[in-house]
Design a protein around this ligand. Structure first.
Ligand code: NDP
Ligand code: 2IT
Length: 449
């Protein structure tokens, strides 16, 4: 059952469908936001008058380009690159680069659109953007990845800048890829512009805690949601999907806060370790050896590996989807609720389908959408930019405290907004409305932009 759109918003949504055919994930992300904005237009009719929503749904600029490169056998490969510069009302475009074979314009636009509101929620001076390529890093050598990144940057450099557009990592893009892209940027512009990328290495302008930030932030957020219900993560059983950057550091912080994480996954299957996952082993398998999560069950005899994406059938009290979009559907959500799940926080972007979200909300469990729950990553990117601008570097403890304060603040603002608009505890509405109003006010102040 789909939620009816407000009569002012329905034509806007239909226009988005008409103007962006075939971009299903973008449609889904826009619809989820529009479903919550009805009461905002009642309270602030000037936003409707000034067509703020229509303007926000249209990216300021979209760049699509050819990335030719040569593989190790000498064969020429051609990929497609994207950078969608969605909204710069609050600051330079900011958002990650995703390398995955599924990437097409509809995915980059959904991610860029979400990023506008997420970045507004952080309270930091950053606008929204996203980029990527249909390049598949799996099975590629280091030199292939380097040549690909150099070719990508040979085109994209002209669109970036510390005051213009600041990329970072996402799926398939970590420290290695940021290094290759930053290196090529530096070479072309002949300037050491640290603030043009975040997620840099620690000895060349990176920030402590950036690697951990998204996963840690998601766990801080879920803990805040539990606190509003007089509860905490201590002693909880947790299931985390994915085993990449976000998943690994979500697991780490869960354990630090006294929870037991029994499962994680990759796109082929999932592992279950009822004693609690051995995180050092996971880090070795994924971060050092870049192998499949299946290897865990070869090394830990009491652990099980199960093929497929049925991870949400495992009973748990807290579920943290940290892999990819639409990885948790209505059936999964119903099963989680039935099995006693009380809280879900999204480390990934849009991992829960619209049906799944409705089921969580109807069951009144604590459900934190990605744009609030995973905002710690980009918030710490903004802290990296701050350190770069002042040519300073902060300690781990200080930076983590800043991250935690930001997540507590996001939770508070989102919760209070949900109360103000008569939907207490609806974090979807709270996040969308708070982020939207902030951007809408800035756009209004700046005239017709
Ligand atoms: P990584 O590339 O480090 O890890 C991605 C993980 O998700 C891997 O385990 C991967 O499995 C799995 N995965 C990816 N695509 C699919 C798919 N189509 N189906 C099933 N599993 C899949 O990426 P991150 O950890 O950085 O990103 C994970 C999520 O978090 C994404 O949604 C991203 O947008 C979001 N995010 C990331 C932030 C960051 O700072 N990195 C910040 C905020 C959100 P496999 O190896 O088999 O592909
Ligand atoms: O989705 C996201 O927020 C990210 N991939 C991180 C973006 C960033 O600029 O740090």
């Amino acid at each position: 059952m789909t939620i009816q759109l407000d009569e002012k918003l329905d034509p806007i949504y239909r226009d988005v469908l008409r103007r962006n055919p075939g971009e299903l994930e973008f449609h889904q992300a826009v619809r989820e936001v529009l479903e919550t904005l009805g009461p905002v237009l009642v309270k602030y009719p000037e936003f409707a008058e000034k067509k703020i929503i229509q303007r926000i749904c249209e990216p300021e600029r979209q760049i699509i380009f050819r990335i030719p490169w040569q593989d190790d056998t000498g064969e020429i490969q051609i990929n497609r690159g994207f950078r969608v510069q969605f909204n710069s009302a609050l600051g330079p475009y900011k958002g990650g680069m995703r390398f995955h074979p599924s990437v097409y314009l509809g995915i980059i636009k959904f991610l860029g659109f979400e990023q506008i509101f997420k970045n507004a929620l952080t309270g930091m001076p950053i606008g929204g953007g996203k980029g990527g390529s249909d390049f598949d890093p799996k099975g590629k050598s280091d030199s292939e990845v380097m040549r690909f990144c150099q070719s990508l940057m040979t085109e994209l450099y002209r669109s970036l800048g510390e005051y213009t557009d600041v990329p970072a990592g996402d799926i398939g893009v970590g420290g290695r890829e940021i290094g290759y892209m930053f290196g090529q940027y530096k070479r072309i512009v002949n300037r050491y512009e640290s603030g043009v990328f975040t997620g840099k290495g620690l000895n060349w302008g990176g920030s402590l805690v950036r690697t951990e930030a998204t996963g840690y932030g998601t766990v801080f957020f879920v803990n805040e949601m539990l606190k509003t219900r007089g509860d905490s993560l201590d002693g909880k059983t947790v299931v985390v999907s994915g085993s990449g950057n976000v998943a690994i550091y979500a697991i780490e912080k869960c354990v630090e806060l006294g929870a037991k994480v029994i499962a994680c996954s990759d796109s082929a299957g999932f592992i279950v370790d009822e004693n609690g996952l051995d995180l050092n082993l996971i880090k070795r398998i994924k971060e050092v050896e870049r192998r499949r999560i299946k290897v865990y069950a070869d090394e830990v005899k009491h652990a099980r590996y199960i093929e497929g994406n049925n991870i949400w059938s495992l009973p748990c009290q807290v579920a943290l989807p940290c892999a990819t979009q639409n990885e948790l559907n209505g059936k999964d959500a119903a099963l989680l609720v039935k099995n006693g799940c009380i809280a879900v926080a999204e480390g990934a972007n849009m991992p829960t389908t619209p049906e799944g979200i409705q089921i969580f909300q109807a069951a009144k469990i604590a459900y934190g959408p990605g744009k609030a729950a995973n905002a710690g990553g980009v918030a710490t990117s903004a802290l990296e930019m701050q350190q770069n601008a002042s040519r300073d570097s902060w300690t781990f403890e200080y930076t983590e405290k800043r991250l935690q304060d930001i997540m507590v603040g996001i939770h508070r603002n989102v919760y209070e907004t949900s109360e103000e608009f008569g939907m207490p505890g609806n974090y979807v509405a709270g996040a969308n409305i708070y982020g939207f109003i902030k951007v809408a006010r800035a756009m209004t102040a700046m005239g017709l932009i």
